[in-house]
Design a protein around this ligand. Structure first.
Ligand SMILES: Cc1cc2nc3c(=O)[nH]c(=O)nc-3n(C[C@H](O)[C@H](O)[C@H](O)COP(=O)(O)OP(=O)(O)OC[C@H]3O[C@@H](n4cnc5c(N)ncnc54)[C@H](O)[C@@H]3O)c2cc1C
Length: 392
């Protein structure tokens, strides 16, 4: 029976809850807002399937990276609608065209992030774009298996641990299954996300959320929230926007810290000791941003977005040339140099424990400002201007 003795040894893939023949494993949120399995011992028959499918206890067979590419979708509109270069959409469209199903992360009506699926192009948009919050897998492994057994093609996308959980749950390779894992920095807490929304937005009025709104450029994107009346958050005067550089982050720095979990204040404990780092991959494809492109391959820079993609299996190689992408073979080392979390786990922020001790009772923005030593936007604006002038 699955026992979580150390929280960093559970990634919440939910393979255990999906496989349990007695349905006696439920996922419960802890005080940090992360899900962990809880077994109803009165029903459990000690079959131990839950332990067998746990990808941390039993890591599935890995795939070495075979080839690496810079890639972007051929269609500008799709690039703008996607967080990176639109690779996910290119893959999804091939599967949907063949009558297949695409699994990925979407918002539910309360803006929680959950795994679900799309069966047609119109439905695909909900899965598009990165949501920087841990998604709840729910019973999607069971749903995927049903489609696979009916000989439908399935594309399953998610974090590497979610793909590892799926493969262990399925227990065998399916020719009609294609998997794509994201380069993953780590997943922030769903409870912190909801606290942020409750204190900073009129949640009931929200119609869309884009963690990486690319109004100016892919590498200067920011969290953008749109309301029913057409107004947006951040609500700063638009003339200020060109000054924004979300990468360094100043005006909306607290949004940025939240969306990328870049502060590492509120990521899942298992992300700090991730079992799925390195160049031995879980999925057919690995996809992420081609950070550092201006240093490594300046000619490939595209302000609408550019991705890095690894082909890890023969299946991936076979389908790659059929995708609606512009591609160029590139050096793996140049990708990982600017995307170090492909190889190593993020370190927790030294004030992580303090954050979780205080976050439920204190104001989110104030707490973040104090723990991360964030100065006022005006102050940060001035500092940046001074630095810019000095550089010139
Ligand atoms: C939590 C998280 C951390 C990431 N960390 C990095 C990183 O450190 N470096 C890097 O280069 N790239 C990272 N990425 C990946 C990157 O943000 C893009 O998702 C990726 O490049 C695909 O972009 P796209 O333009 O091809 O497709 P898009 O349409 O932008 O992406 C959609 C895909 O992302 C999946 N997805 C969205 N949110 C989640 C979620 N919460 N959990 C699981 N799957 C999700 C969807 O299911 C779909 O497959 C991360 C993504 C997430 C969600």
């Amino acid at each position: 029976m699955i026992k979580i003795l150390q929280k960093n040894k559970c990634c919440a893939c939910q393979a255990c809850a999906n496989i349990c023949p007695k349905h006696c494993i439920s996922m419960q949120a802890d005080s940090e807002g992360f899900l962990y399995p809880r077994v109803d011992k009165t029903i459990c028959v000690n079959c131990n399937l839950c332990e067998k499918v746990c990808p941390i206890l039993n890591k599935p067979q890995t795939f070495p990276v075979l080839q690496a590419y810079a890639a972007k979708h051929k269609n500008s509109e799709i690039k703008l609608k996607s967080s990176s270069g639109g690779i996910f959409t290119a893959l999804a469209k091939v599967i949907l065209k063949e009558g297949g199903i695409v699994f990925g992360a979407a918002f539910d009506k309360n803006w929680n992030v959950i795994h679900t699926y799309a069966e047609n192009i119109e439905d695909l948009d909900k899965l598009r774009r990165s949501k920087y919050v841990q998604s709840d897998i729910g019973k999607t492994y069971q749903q995927a298996k049903i489609f696979l057994e009916k000989d439908r093609k399935v594309l399953f996308t998610g974090t590497p641990c979610q793909i590892a959980g799926l493969r262990n749950y399925l227990g065998k390779e399916y020719q009609n299954l294609l998997t794509a894992e994201l380069f993953c920095h780590g997943v922030p807490s769903p409870a912190v996300w909801q606290k942020f929304l409750a204190e900073n937005t009129q949640k009931q009025q929200i119609t869309s959320i884009d963690f990486r709104y690319k109004r100016f450029a892919w590498d200067a994107s920011f969290l953008n929230i749109t309301y029913k009346d057409g107004s947006c958050l951040p609500s700063a005067p638009r003339f200020l926007f060109p000054l924004l550089n979300a990468k360094k982050g100043f005006l909306f720095r607290n949004f940025y810290h939240l969306y990328y979990g870049i502060s590492n204040l509120y990521e899942r404990p298992s992300c700090h000791e991730c079992h799925f780092k390195g160049l031995d991959k879980m999925a057919d494809f690995s996809i992420g941003d081609l950070w550092g492109v201006q240093q490594t391959y300046p000619a490939l820079y595209d302000k609408q977005g550019i991705s890095a993609i690894f082909l890890n299996t023969a299946k991936a190689k076979a389908i790659f040339n059929t995708l609606s992408l512009q591609t160029k073979s590139i050096d793996i080392q140049k990708i990982t140099k600017y995307n170090p979390y492909v190889l190593t786990s993020v370190k927790p922020h030294p004030k992580r424990a303090e954050f979780f001790k205080r976050y439920k009772t204190e104001n989110f923005n104030k707490l973040l400002k104090e723990l991360l030593n964030i100065k006022s936007p005006v102050y940060e604006c001035l500092i940046r201007l001074v630095i810019k002038i000095k550089r010139k």
